[in-house]
Structures are given as C-alpha cells and as structure tokens.
Design a protein around this ligand. Structure first.
Ligand code: FAD
Length: 597
C-alpha cells in the first residue's frame, strides 16, 4: 500500500471533536492507543471570538467557525412565519460550530451540572447500574481534571447600579432580596452561591451566580484538552479540515463490523458553512479496534444514515444499502424551550461603556481584557458572557422536585437566533433581558432526516414544537404553561427593580410587550417565538428489547460491531438544565467503558 494509506491506520477513529468526541479521543490517546480524531473544522484557539467570554454571541457569526443550520419549529409554514426570527424558504437559524472543540468552542460557556435523576433514569431504562447518579460522580471528577470553571467576578457586576437594581429584583422574587439600603453588598453575598455545589441543589430554588467554562476570564475547554493531549506526546493525531462522509463496514461475518471511514480533505466543505463551495479530496482511514461517531445530534444521524444504519424505509427511499435497520435513529429529538422578557432603558448600562464587541483599537473593553490577562476581577465586561445571575425555579407544572426553570438575566438584547443575531444582541447597551430556559421538556417528536445522499448537504430537521409534537398527558400544555409562569416571574423581577432605587432609569418592556398580558396571549407568544439550542437524543441509549433504542448502555450501535456513538445524541431524555457538562461526563464514561470494559 502507498505510505499515505499505511499512515492512516489507527486503533481508534473518533469523528467530531466537540463535547462528546474531544474528551474521549484525548482519554483514549492518553492511555496509549493510537487515535485519529477527524474534525470538519479547524483550530480557532487563537481567535478572540473563541477565547473572550464576552464574545459568545459574536462567535456564532464568525465565518471561520459557523455552521448555519436551518430548522423547522413547525412544519406548517404559515405557523412558522408567526416567529419574527423565521427566514423565508429556510426556517429558523440554529447555530452550530464546525471547529476544533465543536459547539463548546462557540457556546455561551454556562456550566450547570446534570440532575441525579438524569442518570438514574438511564440506569433504570437499561438496567445498567453503572449509570446511577452515585456512580456517575466519578466522571464529573474526571472532567474537573481538565475543565476549569468559575463565575463572573461579582465585583464586575456590582459596579453597575442599574444592573444591581435588576439583579436585586430577581433575588427578591426568589425571597432573597437584599435590604434596599444595602443592595450592593447584599447582592454580593447572594452572588457567591454556586448552583452546582449547594447541598440539595437539584431541587433547591434560589438565586445563583452562573459558573462558566473559563480560567481567569478566558474560555478554556475541550479544544484545550485536545491540544494539551497532543502536546504531551500522547498518540493523538488530529486531522482538521476533514469531513467524514461514510463509515466502512466489513460485511463478510455474521455481524457487520465498522473498520474505518471515508472522508474529504479540505476547509469549510460542509454546506452549512458560509465559506463552503469546494468539493474536497477523497481520503480513507482504517481503525484496528473501533470507530466512534461524535458529530453531534444532527451530523451523527446523517453520517450513520449515509452509511446504511437507520430506518430501513428512509434509507431505501434514497437507494442506500441497509447495513442495519435502526428505526429509532433520527427520532426522539428533544430540546429546551427558551423565551425572553426584554426591558429597554433610555440610557446605557455602565458595565458596557466602551464595549464595541469587535476587538478593534477603539474597543476599550477589549483593551481592558487584554491588558489584564489573568486577573478575572480586572478584566471587565468581556470576562463575563453577559449573563449575570439566575433564578432557579421548580415550576407549578414540573413532574418532580427538580428545578425546571432557569431564568437568567443580563444586559444583553437576546431574543433567540436569527442571521446576525450576535450583532443585534450587543448593538444596544440599553436592554436588560430575563430569559428562561425550560429544562425537562416533554416533547420527543423531533426528527433528523436525510435531504439527499450528498454528505455535504445539511439534513432536514423538524422539531415539531408544542401541540404539533408530543401531546400525551398534556405534555405540550404543561411546557407552555411553565414558560408563561417564567414570563410572569421575569416581569415581577422587573417590577421589583423599582424597590432598589440606585438611580437606574425607568424601563419599558420590549418583548413580549405591554399589550401581551392575558394567559392566552402569553401562551401564543411562547408557541410563536420559543427556541432551543440543546438538541439531543437522536440516537438514544435504551434497553436492547426496545426497538427504538439505537445504542446499548455501553454506547454500541445495536446490531453492529466496532461502532459507538458518543455525543449529545445518546441521551434517551434531555438531561438537566444545561447539557455540555452531561456530555462531558458521558464522554469520560465512554472512555472508561472502552478502556476498562
Ligand atoms: C449557540 C449555542 C450556545 C450554547 N451554550 C451552551 C451553554 O452555555 N452551556 C451548555 O451547557 N451548553 C451550551 N450549548 C450546547 C452545547 O455546546 C452542545 O450541546 C454540545 O457542544 C454538543 O456536543 P456534541 O459533541 O454533541 O456536538 P458538537 O459540540 O457540535 O461537536 C460535533 C463536532 O463534530 C464535527 N463534525 C460533525 N460532523 C462531522 C463529520 N461528518 N466529519 C468530521 N467532523 C464532523 C463538528 O464540526 C463539531 O466540531 C450551546 C449550543 C449552542 C449552539
């Protein structure tokens, strides 16, 4: 064989370097296995959009990083059009990242660890007690070996009196309102409370700081763990600018066995990238032991389907040779629902003075961030992701005692995702948003289907929101009503702002808007304008007797040898409040299962 081909034989091939693939590939290589990590994007670690937490909105627009995926919340286009974020002919923008570190390299950095019930549910579905919450704790400890976390320094927030007024209003709604005369110091105390490390935190309502994946005000995460793994001499080969098109199987035995992948070399090949257009150069790699797919909830499904694993009828309709009928693949997709309350002031928030969010010489906040490289408290607004603190709530519609509403606030004009949303989020310095993330959503009706057999095409993604999705046991009604409760709490926080007269100006509500008051109108607002960004569960782990399960409890694709999936798609039910910590833990667990059986 030519030298090149011999070079591309590894113990393990991992496809995708995000939350699922990055830690796993690093761990396998640190245990002295040769690993090929194939990533469609490239390394943007030196790009300020990556490293500055305050650029978490701008980074999703960075052409070097962005995968602009468009999805349908509703298939009925007349209904879809009710959302001002809708783009005719395309749908709703769902930002993804094609870069080293995956979406962890462009996300909002928020670090909230999963609920115990998330893991105990998998243990109970599969009968595999290694998924119990008590056993999963060790994997969180392993994540903390490489993942630093910490909140924004409260001192930064407390310098802005108008911001203090708003946050104190939120604390007051949660029964933790400081004495109006000592709002700054009282709020300072409240903001020391860590939502991940408070006893009983899964169900403890309160007002919390928001931990971020950062060290000293710089984003640090999966990308850095991968780079450190290469630099410490572990046998990890990272092949960036390489897009996997197909998994190859040996079908001579009784069970098909994954033996490698075909891929295309070249930058920005995937058509979700604004820089796409090139066709790439075909290449192939072989795995001695296993192939692990970690392309994320959309791309893992696409890659498996193109390779002959998926619902038989769908594969046959595209003329794809069926390796394994997996009726559940691409179904069961879940996501949060999120919704804002935006309040507009006549004047700017002081914390944003001089911030132009472009790292140009006139960007005073950038200069401050750059001149104080390691002291978080001195780095100013850009050391934060702009989201200051959160109300954690168990809504009246929750199925158990776990927190199911996370209502976070900050001086950001956030209304969801649409083209150039990142510019809109920071262009005005006059808007405060309380914005709710609904955890433990009940809709499992989302789907990812092939658009064509062209691997560089994006798939067709339907979320089937609310009443067009899961409706059994009033699932949709309860989710809507919980979100309406959150809007009311956000509005109450904005009212209580006036209890803390620190010279903040009067606000007017931009969205939902003063005229949207009845429950019926608020419910309609939620249905029209909610969005999500934690898509998951498209290749679920399940009991081997469940025909819709795609993976067994050890991440193996059921009915195929040498092939696992390790990313956001593996969850049977959407975990916790934020998802990256749960995926990192899954990735560490997968490494343990593969290395130690
Ligand atoms: C805008 C945004 C903000 C977010 N904010 C937060 C937050 O604050 N906190 C939180 O907990 N979660 C957040 N999330 C969610 C979280 O970042 C993702 O859920 C998580 O990164 C998903 O991990 P993954 O491994 O499944 O996929 P990804 O992280 O998307 O990684 C998949 C990787 O695979 C690569 N890939 C895909 N297909 C191929 C192929 N065929 N060949 C080669 N490479 C391929 C992609 O380029 C990508 O790098 C956010 C998500 C978004 C979109």
């Amino acid at each position: 064989a030519p030298v090149e081909e011999r070079d591309l034989v590894f113990d393990y091939i991992v496809v995708g370097s995000g939350a699922g693939g990055g830690p796993l590939a690093s761990r396998l290589a640190r245990a002295n296995n040769t690993v090929l990590l194939i990533e469609s994007g490239d390394d943007q670690g030196q790009n300020y959009n990556y490293s500055i937490p305050g650029f978490q909105a701008s980074v999703t627009q960075d052409k070097q990083i962005a995968w602009d995926i468009f999805v349908n919340h509703y298939q009925d286009q007349s209904r879809a059009q009710r959302d001002p974020k809708y783009v005719p002919g395309k749908g709703i923008l769902y930002p993804r990242a094609g870069t080293l570190g995956g979406c962890v390299s462009h996300n909002a950095l928020i670090w909230i660890t999963p609920h115990a019930s998330d893991w105990d549910n998998i243990a109970s579905i599969t009968g595999d007690s290694s998924w119990s919450s008590s056993n999963m704790q060790q994997y969180l400890n392993k994540v903390y070996e490489w993942q630093p976390t910490g909140p924004t320094d409260p001192a930064i927030l407390l310098k802005d009196n108008m911001l203090v007024q708003h946050l104190a209003g939120g604390a007051a709604v949660m029964g933790l309102g400081p004495d109006p005369l000592a709002a700054v110091t009282g709020l300072g105390q409240t903001l020391l409370v860590d939502p991940n490390n408070t006893p009983g935190r899964d169900s403890l309502e309160g007002f919390y700081q928001i931990p971020l994946i950062q060290r000293g005000g710089t984003r640090v995460s999966v990308r850095d763990f991968i780079v450190d793994t290469v630099n410490n001499g572990s046998p990890l080969t990272v092949r960036t600018n390489a897009h996997v098109t197909k998994i190859n199987f040996d079908t001579t035995g009784a069970t098909p066995k994954a033996i490698g992948v075909d891929f295309l070399d070249g930058p920005h090949l995937y058509r979700a990238s604004p820089l796409s257009g090139a066709a790439g150069t075909p290449n192939t790699a072989r795995a001695r032991k296993e192939v692990i797919i970690a392309g994320g909830s959309y791309n893992t499904v696409q890659t498996l389907k193109l390779s002959g694993i998926g619902p038989q009828a769908e594969l046959q309709s595209f003329g794809i040779n069926v390796i394994k009928d997996a009726p559940g693949l691409g179904n069961n997709m879940q996501d949060r629902y999120e919704i804002p309350v935006n309040a507009l002031h006549p004047n700017d928030f002081a914390i944003l003075d001089g911030c132009t969010f472009d790292a140009k010489p006139h960007d005073k906040c950038f200069t401050q961030w750059q001149n104080n490289p390691s002291v978080l408290g001195l780095r100013g607004a850009y050391g934060s992701d702009g989201l200051a603190a959160a109300m954690a709530v168990n809504s009246d519609y929750a199925d158990n005692s776990d927190i199911d509403l996370f209502i976070f606030g900050g001086p950001v004009n956030f209304t969801g995702y649409f083209p150039r949303w990142g510019d809109a989020a920071v262009a005005s310095h006059k808007v405060f948003s309380w914005y709710t993330l609904k955890a433990h959503t009940r809709n499992t009706a989302g789907t990812v289907e092939l658009r064509s057999t062209e691997p560089l095409d994006t798939p067709v993604i339907n979320f089937n929101y609310f009443d067009t999705g899961t409706t059994a046991n009033d699932a949709d009604v309860k989710d809507v009503k919980a979100l309406v409760q959150a809007i009311k709490m956000s509005r109450e926080a904005n009212q209580r702002y006036y209890n803390y007269p620190l010279a903040g100006t009067n606000w007017t509500e931009q969205r939902p808007g003063a005229d949207v008051t009845s429950d019926a109108d608020l419910e309609q607002f939620v249905k029209d304008q909610a969005w999500g960004h934690h898509a998951c569960c498209t290749a679920k782990i399940g009991s081997t007797s469940d025909p819709s399960a795609v993976l067994d409890s050890e991440f193996r694709v059921i009915g195929v040898d040498g092939l696992r999936v390790v990313d956001a798609s593996v969850f049977p039910r959407i975990p916790g409040v934020f998802i990256q910590s749960a995926i990192f833990m899954v990735s560490e667990k997968a490494a343990d299962v593969i290395l130690n059986g």
